[in-house]
Design a protein around this ligand. Structure first.
Ligand code: PXP
Length: 261
């Protein structure tokens, strides 16, 4: 396995899509994703993430405009590589765009982008966004070929899909969870050695976020569903603070282990 190469604090991006999901269940404006973004800021989040889907099932165009205009934290816009989304990104100029695969019938983003198979399709979007000064990340499965293709496509960041790892943990299958975790760790290190910045996300909860934060080259976690779900019981600010301190602690512990090894 490749060795871990760097140690830096881990950034926490809070995904507010599912505040909009609840709002849209009734129409109207409550609960407001902007209010959630303000709570995330107070709780110490490093960025706000929102996915503008083709079917607008949660976040709306107006939410993106308000987030960009009214929020002081960097905005990470998750979007499909389409002409419509590119035009929206170029109009609002979020600090970052994460290109994701999108199928209308899926409940959530079920797998990573096939960058290896779709290199020619993705590259013009990556170039156009980068030329506008937007950091571009590609949401990929933890796979060596996808990392190599992301590097060739000139992305600066890859976000590793942690869904398979999180599902294995939830199933209670220790063997699968360990295999998926090592796959994540290996791919994260490979990406970092290739000069790519490494982010991770999807399906993370306290336990799995702590484990992923302990991979020193992972620089950012993007977490949504769990935080919004837990907020029903514990309140959004409290949950984000708890997540923030859990991932920081995991990162400090692995940093100290690195220094003494
Ligand atoms: N990262 C990406 C690229 C995603 O598409 C999603 C889901 O929208 C997340 C992170 C957050 O996943 P979850 O809501 O399961 O925490």
């Amino acid at each position: 396995m490749t060795a871990d190469v760097t140690f830096s604090p881990v950034r926490l991006g809070v995904n507010i899509d599912h505040v909009a999901t609840i709002r849209n269940a009734r129409g109207g404006g409550h609960p407001d994703p902007l209010r959630a973004a303000h709570a995330a800021i107070r709780a110490g989040a490093d960025g706000i993430t929102a996915h503008l889907r083709e079917d607008r099932r949660h976040i709306s165009d107006n939410d993106i405009e308000r987030l960009k205009n009214e929020i002081s934290l960097p905005l990470n816009l998750e979007m499909a590589a389409t002409e419509e989304m590119l035009a929206i990104a170029l109009r609002h100029r979020p600090e970052a765009c994460c290109l994701v695969p999108e199928k209308r019938e899926e409940l959530t983003t079920e797998g990573g982008l096939d960058v290896a198979g779709g290199h020619n399709h993705l590259k013009p979007y990556i170039v156009a966004l980068k030329e506008a000064g937007i950091q571009v990340s590609l949401f990929i499965d933890p796979d060596d070929g996808q990392v190599a293709a992301s590097w060739l496509a000139e992305a600066s960041v890859v976000e590793l899909h942690t869904g398979s790892y999180c599902e294995a943990v939830l199933r209670g299958s220790q063997e699968d969870a360990e295999r998926e975790y090592q796959r994540l760790r290996h791919t994260a290190n490979l990406a970092a050695h290739s000069g790519l910045t490494v982010h991770a996300g999807h399906g993370l909860d306290y336990e799995t976020a702590v484990a992923v934060a302990a991979i020193p080259v992972v620089q950012e976690l993007n977490i949504g569903h769990f935080l919004v779900g837990e907020a029903l019981f514990e309140g959004l600010e409290g949950v984000i603070k708890r997540m923030r301190s859990a991932v920081e602690k995991a990162r400090k512990t692995c940093g100290e282990e690195l220094k003494t090894s």
